[in-house]
Design a protein around this ligand. Structure first.
Ligand code: SF4
Ligand code: SF4
Length: 608
């Protein structure tokens, strides 16, 4: 085992990277909140650690999620990450077998062929030659794909890629150089000593006929070491910091740590874990339908990381969460955005929104929500259905509108939102109700996640399904095709996909749409975006409607008053809330028609 000056760039770069990363991780862990530290302590010695190791292998090395959405892109990421990991492991095993020692200097296995050019006669010699060459080829195929992606991203299934900052360029170009330089250095040495595997040996022999190998050998190893050193030094400042940070993220997330209502250590880990892969760009309706290309999560997170806030980027988002579903790292980008918006809020007086009257006692509290107030057909239908079911209910916001607090939180006014929620919570609990039903997916999400209510919280789709299953209401199936739109906050936000579909199957013929469930496209009316103009909103609505009407349904059905209102302004066919559909299909005892699962009523008789 020896030493040579050319190993210095690699060794110094690696030392810098390790010190920087461990320092940064220590700071992140030190600044975790008390609750998060308890979660961390509880999680470390539990099955969650094993789950995390598995996830690191599947996601950080094999890039399973990217594979599922885009196999070519998945292969590119996997060949670089997993291939390099295996190359390091195999190199260390080879060095250890050839020269057994308690520990080798880190450069020794990396530059093994330089220090041991004539290594032979050790167990598995031929196998190692083959494996090392094969892994190098595997990684080089990934580098070639990455290069190709930069030139023609569409060929790899990406309409848009991200623009690179200068430190990203430095890291990227040095990364691209590492493996070709390694191939060159090993081939030159193999050519001189007539050793090497199928690839390095053959290339060495070929080069020996073209160039004086002796004079190229040393510069080639220097170039390899310099590329490695440069990459390690640039990595912490570039997007490639996601490589080590994602591992920390996976462990902490599995321990139950999350970004909550304020920017925390964990939020910063999420920000550093963004690889700027750009996968969140194409699914974004702002990009696909409105042609707005600079506000997507990748740019918002980049601005947070480099402390370059941009109000346009922050505010011009529908908060629909499509990017959350698409993100292979699992970053909840909408939470980061809502927190970043806190910097630009102005105070409001939440008391102003509250009705001071005490809430009478009833079994069920019905809460329409602000948007429900603007769509009386929804609230009237809900009241009719509850009366038909004989429900003991109280319509909490019938007399005056009450805000649940979510719009404030989405706009970044978290302190005011919390204050408002406390007041509403007292009001709901004072009724003694056992069930809270709301027609608004936004209110549903916030009641469930932020209010910590000791009673059952239901969206009206769940409530209607329950009434149906309990036999408290009966429906007449109609000969009408219904296309169901999953509202962002109800579907992606709360995971409610099946109940509305089950209800609609009892009321008509449910037809498939182009982008269903978690792929559903925002209606364009989002309250989360306070700056998007009407023209762009309409483009998004049109795009969403095109996806919904692919099978030419008679009626579009949704379960969010805001979606209903937004679609109704642009749709060429009726748009109804699920409550209206159910009300219209209610079977009453004085109905002459026969109740049957298969009873079909013509579309023209389907009155709302
Ligand atoms: S937010 Fe997720 S999908 Fe978007 S660039 Fe970052 S890692 Fe990729
Ligand atoms: S939340 Fe929706 S609109 Fe906002 S960046 Fe993500 S996909 Fe685009």
């Amino acid at each position: 085992m020896g030493f040579d000056l050319f190993v210095i760039p690699f060794t110094a770069g690696l030392a810098f990277l390790l010190v920087w990363f461990f320092y940064k991780t220590a700071v992140w862990l030190y600044h975790l909140s008390r609750v998060d530290r308890i979660l961390l302590k509880r999680g470390i010695f539990s099955g969650k650690t094993i789950r995390s190791v598995k996830e690191v292998i599947l996601e950080s090395l094999l890039h399973r999620k990217i594979f599922r959405t885009n196999p070519l892109l998945g292969y590119m990421h996997m060949s670089l990450a997993f291939g390099w990991f295996l190359l390091i492991v195999a190199g260390n095993v080879e060095a250890m077998i050839y020269r057994p020692a308690a520990i080798h200097p880190p450069y020794y296995p990396i530059f093994f062929r330089f220090f041991e050019p004539e290594a032979a006669g050790f167990p598995g010699e031929k196998a190692f030659e083959f494996i090392m060459d094969f892994l190098l080829l595997f990684i080089l195929s990934g580098v070639a794909l990455a290069l190709f992606k930069r030139i023609r991203s569409r060929a790899l299934g990406m309409k848009k890629t991200t623009r690179l900052l200068w430190y990203d360029r430095l890291a990227l170009y040095s990364l691209w150089c590492i493996f070709p330089f390694r191939l060159l250095a090993e081939s030159v040495t193999s050519g001189i000593y007539q050793t090497g595997g199928v690839i390095t040996g053959s290339l060495g022999n070929f080069l020996s006929g073209l160039i004086p190998l002796q004079s190229f050998e040393y510069p080639a190893w220097w170039a390899y070491s310099l590329a490695l050193g440069l990459f390690f030094v640039a990595l912490p400042f570039s997007r490639y910091m996601h490589i080590p940070t994602e591992v920390v993220l996976i462990f902490l997330r599995n321990y139950g740590i999350r970004t909550r209502n304020a920017y925390s250590s964990f939020s910063e880990i999420e920000v550093y874990s963004c690889s700027r892969c750009g996968i969140c760009i194409d699914p974004c309706p702002m990009s696909a339908a409105a042609g707005i290309q600079n506000i997507q999560s990748v740019y918002m997170i980049r601005n947070i990381r480099y402390h370059t806030p941009d109000e346009d980027v922050l505010d011009n988002c529908l908060m629909c969460g499509r990017c959350n579903i698409a993100c292979p790292v699992g970053i909840i980008t909408t939470d980061l955005r809502a927190i970043a918006r806190t910097e630009e809020h102005f105070p409001v007086n939440p008391q102003r929104n509250i009705a001071a009257k005490p809430t009478p006692h009833h079994e069920v509290i019905y809460f329409a929500g602000c948007m429900g107030q603007l769509t009386p057909a929804v609230t009237q239908s809900m009241e009719a259905i509850m009366q038909q079911a004989g429900e003991d209910y109280f319509f909490l916001d019938k007399e005056e509108s009450i805000c649940c607090g979510r719009p404030l939180a989405l706009a970044g006014r978290i302190a005011e939102a919390k204050q408002l929620m406390e007041i509403n919570r007292d009001k709901i609990l004072s009724s003694g109700a056992r069930i809270l039903v709301t027609s608004c997916p936004i209110c549903y999400k916030v009641f469930r996640e932020e209010y910590h209510l000791p009673i059952t919280v239901m969206h009206h789709t769940q409530y209607l399904y329950r009434l149906l299953m309990q036999g408290r209401i009966r429906l007449r199936s109609r000969n009408i095709s219904l296309a169901y739109h999953d509202p962002c906050e109800l579907g992606r936000g709360s995971g409610i996909y099946e109940e509305p579909r089950q209800v609609l199957k009892h009321a008509g013929i449910l037809t498939p749409t182009a982008s269903e469930k978690e792929k559903s496209i925002c209606c364009g009316g989002s309250l989360g975006n306070t700056v998007l103009g009407q023209k762009k909103r309409r483009e998004i609505t049109k795009y969403s409607l095109e996806n919904l009407t692919i099978n030419n349904p008679d009626t579009i059905v949704t379960s969010c008053p805001l979606c209903k209102k937004t679609f109704a302004q642009s749709s060429d066919r009726p748009v109804r809330d699920i409550a209206e559909v159910v009300k219209s299909a209610l079977f009453r005892d004085n109905d002459n028609s026969r109740l049957s699962e298969n009873l079909m009523i013509p579309a023209e008789e389907f009155l709302f």
